[in-house]
Design a protein around this ligand. Structure first.
Ligand code: SF4
Ligand code: SF4
Length: 299
């Protein structure tokens, strides 16, 4: 059995990628299944999805704990969770990054393929939805399914849901990624144990029914806990504010889905970019074009 674990951010299409890979495997004559792991996620929060491929019927239904193939749709996840945990020693990794495989440290030295799927997605889809680009890299790096079957699966899934133009754009992204994927080996020096748990065990909780702000064994609990989960690190475009143009209408402050625009005492605004996901809503609602979205995740 060939087991695959996807790590991505909400909004990058990890679940569609897992389903499309499974469909491509079925087209090749295998048995396959795919399913997501969702918690209290939202756009930008870490998510996982899984796929299994076998030449026999698959009865196991658990998450994938020891993947043959690890797929990381957002490189910044490497710094916030041990994505390669449980990976088989002869496993393979496919990572969306500008870096070469030898420049990456996954915590386990394995065959590794890298591709700048974000830039390809921005070119072909005009959005940082990297799922089909990463599938092109998967076809090249693993050969588990052919590019032909991958294209058919992309056409089925994306064509049915978003129309023929979207299917063609996604097939174009996969083909470009197939060409640009670099195959090598990554380093394995990074510790693979979790930096932190999200919540303490019940017997570590303070007395009382409500958690106050604070930390237990360096794990932040209670209000403000999201400070450890810097959801803005995957942003691919960043708002730039022109204070001179701003008429202080506060539409951006009111509209930001992340609440990361702060209101100053004089009703000018500033940003907490640790949590800005670059959706661009603030720029769209600004009546005087005082906000531009600049390419890149810079501060
Ligand atoms: S781009 Fe603007 S609206 Fe979107 S998360 Fe960032 S600050 Fe908020
Ligand atoms: S929407 Fe534009 S004009 Fe209004 S407060 Fe925000 S930046 Fe200023």
């Amino acid at each position: 059995m060939f087991e695959v674990r996807f790590h991505g951010r909400g909004g990058q299409g990890a679940v569609m990628a897992a389903q499309t890979l499974a469909e491509a495997a079925v087209i090749e004559g295998y048995h396959a299944h795919a399913f997501p792991f969702f918690g209290a996620e939202r756009r930008g929060a870490p998510v996982m999805a899984f796929a299994r491929i076998d030449d026999k019927k698959i009865s196991i239904k658990s998450q994938v704990y020891e993947p043959d193939l690890l797929i990381v749709l957002d490189e910044s996840l490497l710094d916030i969770e041990p994505v390669a945990r449980g990976m088989k020693k002869d496993g393979k990794a496919v990572i969306n990054t500008r870096k070469l495989p030898m420049e990456l440290d996954l915590g386990i030295e394995v065959d590794c393929a890298t591709v700048n799927a974000t830039s390809i997605a921005l070119e072909f889809l005009k959005a940082p939805i990297v799922n089909t680009a990463i599938l092109g890299a998967v076809a090249k790096a693993t050969g588990i399914v052919s590019m032909d079957s991958m294209n058919k699966a992309i056409r089925n899934r994306f064509g049915e849901k978003f129309g023929e133009a979207a299917a063609n754009a996604n097939i174009g992204a996969a083909a470009a990624a197939y060409e640009q994927t670099v195959i090598g080996r990554c380093k394995g020096k990074r510790p693979l144990k979790a930096k932190r748990e999200w919540l303490p065990d019940w017997d570590q909780l303070p007395m009382g029914t409500a958690l106050s702000e604070g930390s237990i064994d360096a794990v932040m609990v209670g209000p403000g806990g999201a400070r450890q989960n810097l959801t803005g690190t995957w942003r691919v475009q960043t708002p730039r504010y022109d204070k001179e143009k701003c008429v202080r209408c506060l539409r951006c402050w009111f509209s930001c889905p992340e609440g990361c625009i702060k209101r100053d005492e004089d009703d000018h605004v500033h940003w907490d970019l640790n949590y800005c996901k670059g959706c661009g809503i603030c720029a769209q609602v600004c009546p005087v074009k005082a906000i531009d979205m600049i390419k890149g995740g810079q501060k």
